[in-house]
Structure formats: structure tokens, C-alpha cells
Design a protein around this ligand. Structure first.
Ligand code: B12
Length: 213
């Protein structure tokens, strides 16, 4: 792995707010793709932060700071992504489930969907099922992406799926789930239409559904 991308990982792990932009810029100058910076630099750096939190060497304030460090870098990365043909592949409603305020992964998924030609309706974090249902009804979107990182909050996914079923929309609306605590097994248990491990998977899955629609 290139030294410059390891520097990005380290800067996230060490919460270096003032240095992150310069380090990301160095990666871009070396020709490292925005996607590689996200997947290998930023996400891996956040995994290291998570490990320190689990080990008890980092606390909640450090997690907050890690989020801020990533936010500092994202506009620069986003500015280097090829803009897609706006919205032509259809609308995707995105949300982090009720009770969960993790947004970085969802935002990356949204950014990639956007540059790949989807119109993204981002409802934000801690979104209750009713709000997601209302958005489905109002916008006519047939694709929904739900993000969840907290094991204790995955019930929020089931609530959305049950609401879609109750409204008689299960055949029309496809629900794709992802986030660090989600698995293929959980997807089966919840009755979601697909599970994507990464943001790149998310694009492939939504592409498939939009072609089939
Ligand atoms: C940063 C962080 C925070 C920040 C988030 C800041 C922000 N603005 O988002 C803050 C401070 C809010 C936070 C809070 C908490 N956190 Co936290 N957090 C993290 C950390 C370190 C990184 C998360 C992250 O952004 N990862 C990087 C992104 C890119 O990864 P990702 O979200 O998984 O997304 C990728 C894929 O999953 C996928 N994806 C994501 N969404 C979707 C959606 C779809 C549709 C698809 C297809 C794909 C997809 O694509 C993305 C890119 O490839 C993780 C550790 C970790 N390794 O995940 C802990 C972690 C998730 N947090 C954890 C915990 C426990 C908490 C707290 C409960 C701590 C506390 N005691 O209060 C609170 C909960 C607050 C709440 N109600 O939500 C635990 C969760 C354990 C569990 N399984 O339940 C973790 C795993 C840390 C740990 N190892 O213990 N956290």
C-alpha cells in the first residue's frame, strides 16, 4: 500500500483535523482515486478508531472527533469525482435508521449513487419508519437504502419493511440495507431485498434494480 494512503489512515486514527486535507490532497496529487482514498484510507482509519474505542483507549468524544476529521476531508474527495448524468437512473431514498446517528457511510453511499446517475433523497440520521414511508409516498421513489451501524437499532429496518408491506408496496419498492453491523443473514431475517457490504456494492445493487424496474 502506498505510504500516502497509510498517512490518511493514521491521520484519521490519530484524529488530526488540521492535517487531513493536506494528506488527502497528497494522495490525489499522486493519482490515487477518490474511491481508493475512501475505502483504503478513510474507512480503514475509522476501523482503527473503532478498535481503540472497543479497547477502551478512545472514548465517545474521540468518535465524535473522528467524524469531524472525515467531514473535513469529504468535500475535497467529492470534488474529484466525475459528476454523473443527474438523476436519470431514478430516485433513491436514503436514511440511517431510527435511534442511530452514524452518517459517514450513508453519506458515502449517497455521494457514489449521485455521481452514478441517481437522484438521492437523503432523509438524514435517526429517521423513523413513518418519515421514510411518507417520503416513499410523496416522491414515488421505488428504491430505498437503509444504513445501520448499531446492532441494537436494526429493528428500525424491520419497521420500515413492515410499513412498506402494510401499504401494499412490497413488490414495487426495493429495500437495500447496509452498514457495519449488517450481514446477508440479517438481510434474510429482516426480509430486505438486498444487502450491500460497501458503497460500491450499493451502486451495483441499485443499478440492477433500476434496470429491472
Ligand atoms: C465515527 C463513529 C461514531 C460517530 C459517528 C459520527 C458521524 N458523523 O457519523 C459518533 C460519535 C456519532 C458515534 C456514536 C456512537 N457509536 Co459509533 N462508531 C464510529 C466508528 C468509529 C466509525 C463509523 C464509520 O463512519 N465508519 C466508516 C463508514 C464508511 O463505514 P460504514 O458506515 O460501515 O459504511 C460503509 C459500509 O457499511 C456501507 N454502507 C453503509 N451504509 C450503507 C447503506 C446501504 C444501503 C448500503 C448498501 C451500504 C452501506 O458503505 C460504506 C462505505 O463502504 C465505528 C467503528 C467502525 N469500524 O465502524 C463506531 C461504532 C459503529 N460505534 C459504536 C458505538 C457503540 C457507538 C455509541 C453507542 C457509543 C456510545 N457509547 O454512545 C454511539 C451511538 C450513537 C447513536 N445513537 O448512533 C460501535 C457499534 C457496535 C455495534 N455493533 O452496535 C462501533 C462499531 C465501535 C465499536 N467497535 O465499538 N460513533
Amino acid at each position: 500500500m502506498k505510504e500516502s494512503i497509510i498517512e490518511v489512515q493514521k491521520a484519521i486514527n490519530e484524529l488530526l483535523l488540521d492535517e487531513i486535507k493536506g494528506l488527502v490532497q497528497a494522495c490525489l496529487d499522486e493519482g490515487i482515486s477518490p474511491l481508493e482514498i475512501i475505502e483504503t484510507g478513510i474507512s480503514k482509519g475509522l476501523d482503527l478508531v473503532g478498535e481503540q474505542f472497543e479497547a477502551g483507549t478512545y472514548f465517545l468524544g474521540d468518535l465524535v472527533m473522528a467524524g469531524e476529521v472525515v467531514k473535513e476531508a469529504m468535500p475535497l474527495i467529492e470534488s474529484r469525482m466525475d459528476p454523473g448524468a443527474a438523476g436519470q437512473k431514478g430516485k433513491v431514498i436514503l436514511a440511517t435508521v431510527h435511534g442511530d446517528i452514524h452518517e459517514i457511510g450513508k453519506n458515502i453511499v449517497g455521494m457514489l449513487l449521485n455521481v452514478n446517475g441517481f437522484e438521492v433523497i437523503d432523509l438524514g440520521v435517526d429517521v423513523p419508519a413513518e418519515k421514510i414511508m411518507a417520503a416513499i409516498q410523496e416522491t414515488g421513489a421505488r428504491l430505498v437504502g437503509l444504513s445501520a451501524l448499531l446492532t441494537t437499532m436494526v429493528g428500525g429496518i424491520k419497521e420500515v419493511i413492515d410499513s412498506v408491506m402494510e401499504a401494499g408496496l412490497k413488490d414495487r419498492v426495493k429495500i437495500v440495507i447496509g452498514g457495519a453491523c449488517i450481514s446477508e443473514k440479517l438481510k434474510e431475517e429482516m426480509g430486505a431485498d438486498a444487502y450491500g457490504e460497501t458503497a460500491i456494492d450499493a451502486v451495483k445493487i441499485f443499478d440492477g434494480f433500476s434496470k429491472a424496474a
